[in-house]
Design a protein around this ligand. Structure first.
Ligand SMILES: *Cc1c(COP(=O)(O)O)cnc(C)c1O
Length: 393
């Protein structure tokens, strides 16, 4: 049996790319020191800085976001580094494991994974510690579909004298994400979520204070695929003429096209589109008679909607059925949330009027096929009502 491509990929990322981005990925594979490629790479750096609204250095690291996150953990950590890791989900947990592996003394504030971080709890922890070198957190916890109040927490951490790192992989393009304004030293993002680019690159902002900390860290990797300092010294400070290693020429063209599309539409308009798609999806899910995974709707993210699995429903079986019978690919839960929820993605081109309606209808029909009672008509109507309400495109 041959497996067909899905008609709709409404997942937690990678996100379907636009025809323009796909065409850019298929451009001639030129020499990385060709002047055209050098300028393309510099242009992508400038455009990524605009997306972040930052005047700090931007590093475009080859390798998916996990490579960037690990590079940050290694570059800032040595035995004795005191880190406060704020855990609200799977990715933050993972970051804490790296910090420990590279020698940091890690304190964690962990909330149940259906809740968001609480700035007051962070403030208490900061004031009772005698020194905190690094505070790390995830802006949008994609596995749980939850947004953390990073804009409130980061200034507290900076005021306490800590460096601040935020994983903005799935929030950039879907929510306001403002490293400079919020006091974030290192923000990590990636193209394959709300920006709708290809997976394979990490986009980081690095403040001067973070560079100083890396230079002072004898454990910070050098002459390594994970070295941020190599990029700083060879590429940025060397006049942007020499790469530490060959970037993926195809990826850079694709990511640039994806960033161009976001900037041309306008970052605020793109965020508003994600916000509406998320609201339509949540209305549809609740209209079906299901429960959202986040404990309250106000902390739900704009990138994916996590839906609690009704008891007795096997998530893997549900998703396979929805894909095979209705041609819609949805996402399972990830890590320890795997058997608790399913996720409907609405990022990039999927943050449109009708994609949420398709996701809600497919989820509802799949559950009904498995014998779970849902109100498909009510779910579809609720999603359509939000989709139609404010769509001025
Ligand atoms: C997607 C994502 C990453 C990168 O992880 P992959 O699953 O390898 O794509 C990291 N952090 C967050 C918050 C993400 O959403």
């Amino acid at each position: 049996m041959t497996i067909r491509l899905p008609d709709f990929t409404l997942t937690a990322g990678p996100t379907p790319a636009s025809p323009r981005t796909l065409a850019a990925l298929g451009q001639p594979l030129i020499f990385d020191y060709d002047p055209i490629f050098l300028e393309r790479f510099r242009e992508l750096e400038r455009k990524a800085a605009r997306l972040f609204g930052t005047s700090s250095d931007v590093v475009l690291l080859q390798g998916e976001a996990v490579a960037g996150l690990e590079a940050v953990a290694r570059s800032l950590t040595r035995p004795g580094t005191r880190a406060l890791n704020l855990v609200s989900g799977v990715y933050a947990k993972w970051f804490g494991e790296w910090l420990r592996a590279f020698g940091a003394e890690v304190t964690e504030i962990e909330v149940p994974y259906d809740q968001a971080l609480d700035p007051a709890a962070v403030e208490r922890a900061l004031s009772s510690a005698d020194r905190v070198d690094l505070v790390s957190m995830v802006h949008c916890e994609t596995p749980a579909g939850i947004l953390n109040p990073v804009g409130e927490i980061a200034p507290l951490a900076r005021a306490a004298g800590a460096l601040v790192m935020a994983d903005m992989v799935s929030s950039l393009g879907g929510h306001p994400a403002r490293p400079d304004e919020w006091g974030i030293d290192i923000a990590v993002a990636a193209p394959q979520k709300c920006l709708a680019g290809p997976p394979g690159m990490t986009m980081l902002t690095v403040s001067d204070a973070a560079w100083d900390a890396m230079r002072a860290n004898p454990q910070a990797p050098r002459h390594s695929f994970l070295s941020l300092l190599d990029w700083k010294e060879r590429w940025i400070d060397g006049g942007r003429e020499h790469f530490p290693y060959t970037p993926s020429v195809c990826d850079v063209g694709g990511v640039l096209a994806a960033c161009d599309e976001v900037l041309e539409e306008g970052i605020d308009a793109v965020i508003a589109r994600h916000e509406r798609a998320a609201r339509a999806t949540r209305a549809g899910v609740m209209g079906l008679g299901l429960s959202l995974w986040p404990s309250t709707e106000s902390i739900a993210a704009n990138c994916v909607t996590a839906v609690r699995l009704p008891s007795g429903i096997d998530g893997a079986r549900l998703l396979a059925l929805v894909r095979e019978r209705y041609g819609v690919m949805l996402s399972a839960g990830y890590g320890e949330l795997a058997d608790k929820l399913v996720r409907l993605g609405h990022m990039g081109p999927n943050a449109s009027a009708m994609h949420p309606v398709v996701a809600v209808a497919a989820l509802g029909r799949g559950l009904a096929d498995l014998g779970h009672p849902v109100s498909i008509g009510a779910g579809v109507e609720a999603a359509l009502a939000v989709a139609g309400e404010a769509w001025d495109r």
